[in-house]
Design a protein around this ligand. Structure first.
Ligand code: NAI
Ligand code: SAJ
Length: 448
C-alpha cells in the first residue's frame, strides 16, 4: 500500500487501509507530546515507527518503557503497543522516511535567543522525510509553527530533498491542542481536531486520518496557514488574558482588595474569563507563540508586545514583594536566605523552558540573598541552569530560610509542615496555599 494522497480507493477503502496498518506511519519527535501521539496512532493503526535523535529515548521505547512522567495511561499504552509490535522507535530518520507513507512531525519549535522562531529541528526532519518520501505520501505537521510554514518551508524542503511537487503528496497542519498531564485524553478527543491542508486532497486525507484518531469532531479549515494561525491565536488569547490578570495583581495593593476574589467573581459573567495572576508565564508555548506571529508581519502589534512585557515583569514584581515583606519584618533581603519552591514552568510537568523561577532566582541572588531551590520533577544536573543551591523536595523543612517563594506549586509542596519553619515570610505565587493556616506572614500574588 502506498500513501492515502490521491489514492485510487473509495473513502471506505482508504479508511480500511489506514486502520489495518497498510499505510505505515512515522512519528518524528517522541517527547511529552510525540510519545503519547505515537501511542494513539499505534493503537489505531498497529503500524507506527517513532523517530527521535535521542538514543536513550529510542532505546527506552523499544524496551517498552515510557520516559514521560505523570501522563495517566501512557506507561501502559507504550508497553502494550511495543509488546504487540504496533510501535517501535529508531534514530534512523532516512529508513523511517522511506518506509512510512504518513509522516507526523512533532519536534520542538522553540525561540532563538533573539526571539525568532527556531525551526531547525523541523527543517532537519522535513529534509529527512523528503529524502524518503514517495508520491501519495502525506506529511502532517503537529508542532506549532509560524503562519505559512507548511505552504512555503515544508513544500520547498520536500522539493529540494525529494523532487516532489505539491499535488504528488500531501501536507497538512493539524495542531496539537494537548496539555501535559492529560495528553492521552486530549489527543483522543478533549477538543475538536483542527486540520488544514495545502490543498483540498491534503485536507481530505487529514480529515480521514484524524477522524479515526479522535473521538471528537474534526474541524477542516480553508488551508494550512489558517490551521497554523488557529493554534497561535489560542496561545495569543491566553498570553494576553494572563497579562490582564497580572496587571490587576500589580495594582492590588493600591485597590486594597483581594483581586483573585474579584476575578473569580467577575468570571461568573459568561463573557468574562480573566485568567490567573502569577509570578510569570513559562513553557515553550505560551511565551513563545506571540513571536511566531509578530516576527511574521510588518504591521505593529502593540497589544501582543505589551502583554509579553507585563507577563515578563512578574518575576521582578515577585522579588519586590519578597524584599518588601522581609523589610516589614525588619530583615534585609541582602542578608536573607530564600527558598524557592518549584522550578518547572507549571506543576507536574518536567519542563523548564522560560520558567519564571529562573529570573526570580537571578534577581534574588542579585539582591545578595542566598537562594535555595527545590523541585520534585528535577534531579542532579537539571538544577545547574539555576543560580541556587538545590534542596531535595523531602528535605525542604530541614532548611532555615527567612523567606519561601512558592513559584510552581507541585502537589508535594501543598502538604508541607509549615510549623517546621521559624518566623517565615511566604510569597505564594499562585494562590496555592488558599486557606491553609501556615502560622507565617503570607503575601499572595493577587490577594495580598
Ligand atoms: N508540550 C506541550 O504542552 C505542547 C507542545 N506542542 C508542540 O509540540 C512540540 C514538541 O513539544 P514536546 O513534545 O513538549 O517537546 P519535548 O522536548 O518534550 O520532546 C521533543 C522530542 O523531539 C526530539 N527531537 C528533537 N529534535 C529532533 C529531530 N531533529 N528529529 C527527531 N526528534 C527530535 C527530542 O529528542 C525530544 O524527544 C513543541 O515544540 C510545540 O510546538 C503543542 C502542544 C502542547
Ligand atoms: C491555549 C492553551 O490553553 N494552551 C495550552 C498551553 O499549555 P501549557 O502547558 O503551555 O500551560 P499553560 O497552562 O498555558 O501555562 C503556561 C504558563 O502560563 C502560566 N499561567 C497559566 C494560566 C493562567 O491563568 N496564569 C498563568 O500564569 C502557567 O503557570 C505557565 O507558566 O500551551 C499548549 C501548547 O500549545 O503547547 C496547549 O496545547 C495547551 O492547550
Amino acid at each position: 500500500m502506498t500513501g492515502l494522497y490521491d489514492a485510487p480507493l473509495s473513502e471506505a477503502e482508504r479508511r480500511e487501509a489506514f486502520l489495518d496498518g497498510s499505510v505505515p506511519v512515522a512519528v518524528y519527535g517522541l517527547g511529552k507530546m510525540g510519545l503519547p501521539l505515537a501511542g494513539v496512532y499505534a493503537e489505531t493503526t498497529g503500524n507506527v515507527l517513532g523517530v527521535d535523535i535521542d538514543e536513550d529515548v529510542v532505546r527506552g521505547i523499544n524496551d517498552g518503557e515510557c520516559h514521560v512522567d505523570r501522563e495517566p495511561g501512557l506507561d501502559e499504552l507504550v508497553a502494550e503497543q511495543v509488546e504487540r509490535g504496533h510501535l517501535r522507535a529508531t534514530t534512523a530518520i532516512d529508513e523511517a522516511a522511506a518506509e512510512a507513507a504518513h509522516h507526523v512531525v512533532i519536534v520542538p519549535t522553540p525561540l532563538t535567543d533573539d526571539r525568532t522562531p527556531d525551526l531547525s529541528a523541523l527543517e532537519a526532519v522535513v529534509r529527512g522525510i523528503g529524502s524518503g518520501i514517495d508520491p501519495g505520501d502525506t506529511v502532517v505537521v503537529e508542532c506549532t509553527v509560524p503562519p505559512g510554514t507548511c505552504e512555503q518551508m515544508v513544500t520547498s524542503l520536500v522539493r529540494e530533498e525529494g523532487g516532489l511537487e505539491p499535488g504528488e503528496y500531501g501536507v497538512a497542519f493539524c495542531p496539537e491542542r494537548t496539555s501535559s498531564g492529560r495528553a492521552l485524553k486530549d489527543i483522543r478527543g478533549s477538543h475538536p481536531k483542527v486540520v488544514g491542508g495545502i490543498d483540498d486532497e491534503s485536507t481530505r486525507v487529514a480529515e480521514l486520518v484524524y477522524g479515526e484518531i479522535t473521538t471528537n469532531e474534526v474541524l477542516p479549515v480553508s488551508d494550512a496557514t489558517t490551521a497554523e494561525s488557529v493554534k497561535l491565536f489560542e496561545g495569543l488569547y491566553r498570553d494576553v488574558n494572563i497579562a490582564l490578570a497580572n496587571e490587576l495583581a500589580r495594582i492590588r495593593d493600591e485597590l486594597d482588595i483581594d483581586v483573585n476574589e474579584a476575578i473569580e467573581t467577575a468570571n461568573t459573567q459568561p463573557f468574562c474569563d480573566i485568567h490567573d495572576p502569577g509570578p510569570g508565564v513559562g513553557g515553550h508555548c505560551i511565551p513563545y507563540y506571540p513571536y511566531f506571529v509578530t516576527t511574521r508581519v510588518e504591521s505593529e502589534t502593540p497589544l501582543i508586545h505589551t502583554a509579553r512585557e507585563v507577563n515578563d515583569s512578574m518575576p521582578e514584581f515577585t522579588v519586590r514583594k519578597v524584599r518588601e515583606e522581609l523589610d516589614a519584618t525588619g530583615r534585609d533581603a541582602a542578608d536573607a536566605t530564600v527558598l524557592v519552591l518549584g522550578l518547572t514552568y507549571r506543576p507536574g510537568v518536567a519542563e523548564t523552558a522560560a520558567t519564571p523561577a529562573k529570573p526570580i532566582i537571578e534577581r534574588l541572588s542579585g539582591l545578595g540573598a542566598s537562594v535555595l531551590a527545590a523541585d520534585p520533577m528535577l534531579s542532579g544536573s537539571d538544577f545547574e541552569e539555576f543560580d541556587a543551591t538545590p534542596v531535595e523536595s523531602d528535605e525542604v523543612t530541614e532548611t532555615d530560610p527567612d523567606a519561601v517563594v512558592l513559584v510552581t506549586p507541585h502537589e508535594e509542596f501543598l502538604t508541607l509542615d509549615w510549623d517546621a519553619f521559624d518566623d517565615l515570610v511566604i510569597i505564594d505565587g499562585r494562590d496555592a496555599l488558599g486557606e491553609t493556616e501556615t502560622g507565617h506572614r503570607v503575601y499572595t500574588i493577587g490577594s495580598g
